[in-house]
Design a protein. Sequence first.
Length: 557
Amino acid sequence: MKRLISSIVVGCACAFAWGAGQTPVENPMLWADVPDPDVIRVGDTFYLVSTTMHLMPGAPVMASKDLNNWETVGYIFDKLTDSPKYDLQEGSVYGRGQWATSLKYHDGKFWALFAPNESGPMGQTYICTAPKAEGPWTIHARLRHFHDATLFFDDDGTPYVFYGTGQMCQLTRDLKSVVEGSDRKYFEREEDEKGLLEGTRVIKHHGTYYALLISHVYAPGRHRREVCYRTKDLNGKWEKNVVLESDFGGFPYLAQGTIVDTEEGDWYGIMFQDRGGVGRVLTLSPVRWIDGWPMLGDEQGKVPATMRPYRSGEPAKAIVCSDDFSNVECRVLSVEFATASETTAAANSTLYTQHSTLKKCWQWNHNPIDKAWSLTERPGYLRLKTNRVVDNLYLAPNTLTQRMEGPTCSGAVSLDLSKMKDGDCCGLAAFNGDSGVLTVKKKGRKLVLEMSEQNVQLTDREKAVTKVDEKVVETVDLKQPKVWLRVDGDFQPGHKDAANFFYSTDGENWTQIGSQNYRMVFDYRRFFMGSKFAIFNYATKKAGGWVDVDFFHYQRN
């Protein structure tokens, strides 16, 4: 009873009051594309893992001491190599790749489970492990596909997988196979649950098992919501309750995520909300245990706009960052994932080294070509070399990305263009299935800056690029081999996810170019992710040129 009362009191305090000098947590807690979260606590540190699909390295692990200031501390894998599609050859994995990773800590190790959203061997489930969240991670096992699954260790160490809509199975103690005959339904969907039930996360609290799922319910008067099933016996009957049904911030209802406790025994909920062009953002809520149910939100069951911070005085951290490209420390990276046909543990946990490392805030669009980028050939610069002749940005290897953030943000690069070859294209984009793009094109001896609107069409099965519609809005001739490019994003409610584009020839005075208030969109049928800053360089005629990126300057307001 003391714990229940404590949780209720903390839930109220979190939502409505905080002490002098404390900076409140403002929702969205992460106003960026951080979907399908799983959150655990190990000691005094919270760890969060999210979906990044076709971006590499993938399955980012973020850490926080206060559930507010997060930084990326590692990735579960650097590449996926089950198919040439991960290399943007013979198709792509736009909107597929790594989905809905589950993160656990058990027996002194970190464990992760995820299944790419693919059919056949490409869709097999990975179980990975690491001595610490930062890595290095190695592949422990490959199993059949489990959709939106969670790994769960019971008190006696027995491992389970909960997945899909009310499915579960027991794993062998070594986590390398499913116990024969253990796969079963643990609940039946109710008649009015006409939409999807997915995104399972499972915790155990005071001897009761809780399975949290998002319900895309389509019944009259119902909304997207988070439901919870509970039982004291995994082989017994499960009860159901709605634990969150709340709109927030002028956007429709939100759900899918998990709950996590603090060292003091209080609980918080982390759920995502679709917010258009910026993607799926994370919210933080108090959890009030009422009649044994983890009810998310304030006393009205709503996600609060502000909350008392769980812990004060932590330094500000961020998952998007500026970079002067001076990080040249050599190290051993985490596991390079082997093909599905390589079944031995040795083949599946091959480590490889790389000549230099980027900050962990960066991700490549699909697998990078390691020999075609460098931080050491010109110290203090990122060198992006052309290495494959392609037709368009959506097939270009070695495109480097970071998330765009709300409420407003700005990203700027400085480019040395002196080693571009005829037909080369480089620049900065607000990148997605629909992209606003600043492209410098080398045309003979001329350098031309274009602002264009680009739209990619993909096949449903192979995600092959079939067409890119490009509308050039404005063109400027450049008289020097250096240019500064900037993209500003505005994701404030009512501002229609606007991007604006600028260039400079001196790094101080900026000129707007092309579309004003270009609308960034979220399209689940193609990329299924929020808009990204993208730095790119590709060849359309002959490989061998390069550009040097002096810096990426980022600001969020």
